[in-house]
Ligand binder design. Structure first.
Ligand code: C2E
Ligand code: CA
Ligand code: CA
Length: 491
C-alpha cells in the first residue's frame, strides 16, 4: 500500500481552513463590491433628482415674490424648461397658472398636511399614471391659505436621470410618502438592492442590482480572494517551513556532530612585509546531507542558543589537530581557532585548551585562541585568559572595534594579536568616521606592543594602505578565501 496516501488525510483540516478562509473572503468581497456600487448609484440618483428640484425651487421662489401679479408669473415661467405648470392656489381655489394666466378653478390639494414646508408629491398629468411626474408644493410665506404648486416637466425630470450609466442596475424606483414612480410598481425588492434617501426633500430611491453585475462581482471577488488566499498560504507555508527547518536543523546539528558532517577550511593570514603565509585561521563548515553546505553564520548562533557550541569547539580542536598531524606539511606556523564566549567559563574546557596547546606545540604549531570582545567584559574571564597565556596559548582579540571593550580591560589583558574587523578595512579609500577609528586602532596596537591583523582585505588599495601604516598581518580574499588544508600553499 502507498504510504503517501495514508498520510494525506492529516492535511485535510488545513485544506478546510484554507477553503473556508477563501469562501468567507469571496462572500465578504462580493457583498462589499455590490454594496459599494449600489450605494454609489443610489447617491447619484438622489443627487440628480435633488438638483432638478433645486432648480424648480429657485423658479418657485421667483413666483412667490410675485404671488399677487399673475402676469409676471406667466411671463417668467411660460417657457420654463423645468416647470411644466406653476399654479397658485388660494384656499382651495386655483387663481393663477403660469401656462393659462389668471384662472378660477376649484382645487383640492390632498397632501396639504404642512403648510409651512416645501414638500414633494407625485403628479399624474391629466390623471394618467403613465404620465407621472413630481410637483413641488411650496407655502407662500405670510400668505395663509396660499400655496404654489410647481409641476415639474416630466421630460426634464426623467431626462436628468437617464444620463446615468445604468449597466449595473435592473430597477430604479422613487418613493414619495408611500406612492412610487413608475406608478405601477411597489417600492420594494426581493433581490439585492439599496435604498437611498434625500437629505433635502421627502423622497427615497430604490436601486436593484442587475444579475449580470452580481455575477461579474462574484467572479471578481473569487479571483481577488484566490490571489489573497494563495499569497496568505504561501506566507504561512514559508513561515512554517522556516520554523520547522530551524527545529529540524537543531536535531540535524546533533546528528551532524555524530556523523562528522562538520569539517574545517583554513584561511591564510599573510605577513604584510613579504606576503608569506605563516598563520592559518580554522573556519568550520557544515556539509548538510540534504541542504548542502551551510555557512557558520547560520549554525553557530543556533549551536550557541541550544547549548551545543562547546561540543562543536571540542570537535573543531580535535579535527584540526588530527588533520594537521596527518598532513605533516605544516610546522612552524600559527593556527587560529575561534573560541566562543561560553567555552572559557568552564574549567574543564580550560584544561582542554591547555592540552591542545601542548599537542599542537609538539607539531611545532602555535595555537591561537581567537576570542571576541564579549569575553573580556568579566574580570574572571580576563584572569583565566592571562593564566592560559602563561601556559603558552596565544590570544587574539577578534572583530576588534565592534564590541564594547574598555581601554582599561585591554591594558589588563596580556594578548598577542588585535584583529581589526572587516568593517574598518572596508573604509579604506572612503572618508568616514570609521576610517579615523581604523587609524586609531592601528595606533593603539602599536602602543600596546601587539601585532595587528587586518581582516577582510579585498583590494590592493587596502593592502597598500594597511602595509604603509605598519599593519603586520593581513587576512582576506585579496590573498585567499578559506580553503581545504590540502590546498593551502606555504611559501
Ligand atoms: P570571523 O571569525 O570573523 O571569520 C572571518 C569571516 O570572514 C569568515 O567567514 C571568512 O570567510 C570571512 N572573510 C575572510 N576574508 C574575507 C574577505 O576578504 N571578504 C569577505 N567578504 N569575507 C571574508 P565565515 O567562515 O563564514 O565565518 C563567519 C563567522 O562564523 C566567523 O567570523 C566566526 O565568528 C564564526 N565562525 C567560523 N568558524 C568558526 C568556528 O570554528 N568556531 C566558532 N566558534 N565560530 C566560527
Ligand atoms: Ca575569527
Ligand atoms: Ca573576525
Amino acid at each position: 500500500m502507498n504510504t503517501d496516501k495514508i498520510n494525506k488525510p492529516k492535511n485535510s483540516p488545513l485544506y478546510l481552513v484554507c477553503f473556508l478562509f477563501f469562501l468567507i473572503l469571496s462572500i465578504t468581497l462580493s457583498i462589499s463590491i455590490i454594496k459599494t456600487e449600489l450605494n454609489y448609484m443610489g447617491e447619484l440618483y438622489v443627487e440628480k433628482i435633488d438638483k432638478v428640484i433645486r432648480n424648480v425651487e429657485k423658479e418657485t421662489i421667483l413666483a412667490i415674490k410675485n404671488i399677487d401679479n399673475c402676469q409676471v408669473i406667466e411671463d417668467k415661467l411660460l417657457y420654463s424648461n423645468d416647470i411644466r405648470e406653476l399654479v397658485v392656489v388660494d384656499n382651495n381655489n386655483a387663481v393663477c397658472s403660469s401656462k393659462r394666466g389668471e384662472i378660477k378653478e376649484q382645487f383640492n390639494l390632498e397632501n396639504d398636511s404642512d403648510n409651512l414646508k416645501y414638500y414633494l408629491v407625485f403628479w399624474d398629468v391629466e390623471g394618467k399614471t403613465s404620465e407621472r411626474t413630481m410637483a413641488l408644493i411650496s407655502p407662500a410665506l405670510n400668505r395663509e391659505g396660499r400655496v404654489i404648486i410647481s409641476i415639474i416637466d416630466r421630460d426634464y425630470l426623467i431626462g436628468g436621470l437617464f444620463d446615468i450609466n445604468e449597466t449595473n442596475i435592473s430597477k430604479m424606483l422613487v418613493d414619495i410618502s408611500g406612492s412610487s414612480y413608475p406608478a405601477e410598481s411597489e417600492f420594494s425588492s426581493d433581490y439585492i438592492h439599496k435604498i437611498s434617501e434625500s437629505n433635502k426633500y421627502n423622497f427615497r430611491v430604490l436601486i436593484e442590482a442587475k444579475r449580470s453585475f452580481i455575477y461579474t462581482s462574484i467572479i471578481y471577488a473569487i479571483l481577488i480572494s484566490a490571489i489573497i488566499t494563495i499569497i496568505t498560504i504561501l506566507i504561512l507555508y514559508i513561515a512554517l517551513r522556516k520554523t520547522k527547518q530551524r527545529g529540524n536543523l537543531f536535531l540535524d546539528f546533533q546528528e551532524g556532530l555524530r556523523r562528522t558532517e562538520f569539517y574545517l577550511e583554513y584561511q591564510p593570514i599573510v605577513n604584510a612585509r613579504n606576503c608569506k603565509v605563516k598563520s592559518l585561521e580554522a573556519l568550520v563548515r557544515w556539509n548538510h546531507p540534504t541542504l548542502g553546505l551551510i555557512r557558520p553564520d547560520t549554525f553557530i548562533p543556533l549551536a550557541e542558543e541550544k547549548g551545543l557550541i562547546n561540543e562543536l569547539t571540542d570537535y573543531i580542536l580535535k579535527w584540526a589537530l588530527k588533520e594537521l598531524a596527518l598532513s605533516k606539511r605544516f610546522c612552524n606556523i600559527s593556527l587560529s581557532v575561534n573560541i566562543p564566549p561560553t567555552y572559557l567559563t568552564c574549567n574543564k574546557n580550560l584544561s582542554k585548551l591547555s592540552y591542545y596547546q601542548k599537542q599542537f606545540s609538539k607539531l611545532n604549531i602555535e595555537l591561537v585562541a581567537e576570542i571576541t570582545e564579549r569575553q573580556l567584559l568579566e574580570k574572571s574571564g580576563i584572569k583565566t585568559l592571562n593564566n592560559l597565556k602563561k601556559s603558552g596559548l596565544r590570544i587574539a582579540i577578534d572583530d576588534f572595534g565592534t564590541g564594547h571593550t574598555s581601554l582599561s580591560v585591554i591594558q589588563e589583558l596580556n594578548f598577542d594579536y588585535l584583529k581589526i574587523d572587516k568593517c574598518f578595512t572596508d573604509t579604506i579609500g572612503i572618508k568616514t568616521v570609521n576610517s579615523t577609528v581604523l587609524d586609531t586602532i592601528i595606533e593603539l596596537g602599536r602602543r600596546l606592543n601587539v601585532k595587528i591583523i587586518a581582516e577582510g582585505v579585498e583590494t590592493k588599495e587596502q593592502f597598500d594602505y594597511l602595509a604603509s601604516n605598519g599593519v603586520q598581518k593581513m587576512q582576506g580574499y585579496y590573498f585567499s578565501k578559506p580553503i581545504p588544508l590540502t590546498d593551502v600553499k606555504l611559501d
